[in-house]
Design a protein around this ligand. Structure first.
Ligand SMILES: [Zn+2]
Length: 366
């Protein structure tokens, strides 16, 4: 009940700003009155009602963080003057897909953008693979934020003259939708595997598949899947990278959380042959991150930095596609956060900025 009360207090506080003259009637569990001085489009009002309704009725109320996150997201949606808010809102899949279609009218089922400037033959590609784990919302939000910077400003024309950025903001679409509708803490895909759902799409790639740091139990959060590339999300991404493999400057898989900048391998503790080069690039990245907002990121191989894990995307592109520069990042917060998947929406912008600064510092050294 405490959580429910806290969530309501947050909402009442928010709504109070809009309703100073008429108190909100909560008896029907819906917001029935909105101060007329604020213009509301129907879609936004419906979205507000849906969020509010599910907040009251959902079964996860005992997990306080989720309610606080919803309240903050809702508050930011209400205050935002933008149809799509890159700075302070964790958007739903439908909103992301529509926004991708607005930017690029060929928006796919797994939305992705190729951003570059005209001219220049055979530009090298830089991949941002984001949201492979459903609950890591800041990964998706930060990649969207970067895509918006690239599309709407001329600041980074020097990068776009030289590279094409291939950005997939929400690779695990089904899982991401599930985190918005049903279980905020969902990590895997939503494929059915016996009695349980989902495989870990970052244990499903053809790199020491299911040998270590992955589970063969379909109910585990790190279930490797029925077979290599059984998950369509991993397969689709692998196929996309394969089309550019010989011409890829860097592949970056974006996760949260723990503030880490990692490179191959995950499936064994040995150092990769170009460790010195990867260290140099990582050091540039983490220094730029530190300079942004004082955050400390550690760098090193996946196995030596976080844990042993086989079947990951960067090990695959490194081993099988010959992409020499492959990183897996864990964005903020740091590893000590009590529930780090819930990063307040007020930190979307700074988390994105520090990531982008780190990324650009790395790219400048390529
Ligand atoms: Zn992850």
């Amino acid at each position: 009940m405490l959580c429910k009360t806290l969530a309501l207090v947050a909402l009442v506080h928010t709504i109070g700003a809009f309703e100073s003259e008429a108190p909100v009637d909560f008896s029907h569990h819906k917001i029935v009155r909105i101060h007329p001085k604020f213009v509301w489009d129907l879609q936004r009002l419906q979205r507000l009602e849906n969020v509010f309704d599910s907040m009251l009725h959902q079964q996860l109320l005992k997990v306080c963080h989720y309610d606080e996150e919803k309240a903050e997201n809702l508050r930011n949606i209400m205050y935002s003057t933008r149809a799509f808010d890159y700075d302070t809102v964790y958007h739903t899949y439908d909103e992301i897909r529509d926004e991708m279609r607005r930017v690029d009218d060929e928006g796919k089922d797994i939305p992705g953008l190729i951003i570059t400037n005209p001219g220049g033959a055979a530009k090298k590609a830089i991949f941002l693979e984001c949201g492979i784990h459903a609950r890591e919302w800041i990964s998706t939000a930060a990649c969207l934020w970067i895509s918006n910077q690239l599309v709407t400003t001329t600041t980074y024309d020097n990068l776009l003259d030289k590279y094409e950025f291939i950005i997939v903001p929400t690779l695990n679409v089904d899982g991401y939708i599930y985190t918005h509708t049903t279980n905020r803490n969902w990590r895997k895909t939503r494929s059915q595997n016996g009695l349980c759902y989902g495989a870990d799409p970052n244990r499903n790639w053809d790199a020491a598949f299911c040998q270590t740091g992955a589970s063969s139990s379909p109910c585990s959060d790190t279930y490797c899947g029925k077979s290599v590339f059984s998950e369509s999300e991993a397969k689709a991404m692998a196929d996309l990278v394969a089309t550019k493999a010989a011409n890829t400057a860097a592949y970056v898989s974006v996760h949260s959380y723990s503030q880490l900048w990692m490179y191959p391998w995950g499936y064994k503790s040995a150092n990769p042959p170009n460790k010195a080069r990867l260290d140099e690039l990582s050091a540039a990245g983490v220094a730029a991150i530190k300079a942004t907002d004082g955050r400390n990121f550690k760098y090193g191989t996946i196995a030596n930095t976080i844990y042993v894990a086989s079947g990951s995307s960067i090990d695959y592109v490194y081993d099988k596609l010959g992409v020499q520069i492959a990183f897996a990042l864990e964005l903020r917060p740091d590893a000590n956060a009590s529930n780090g998947f819930i990063l307040p929406a007020s930190q979307i912008k700074i988390a994105s900025q520090e990531f982008w600064n780190g990324l650009r510092a790395m790219i400048e050294k390529l």
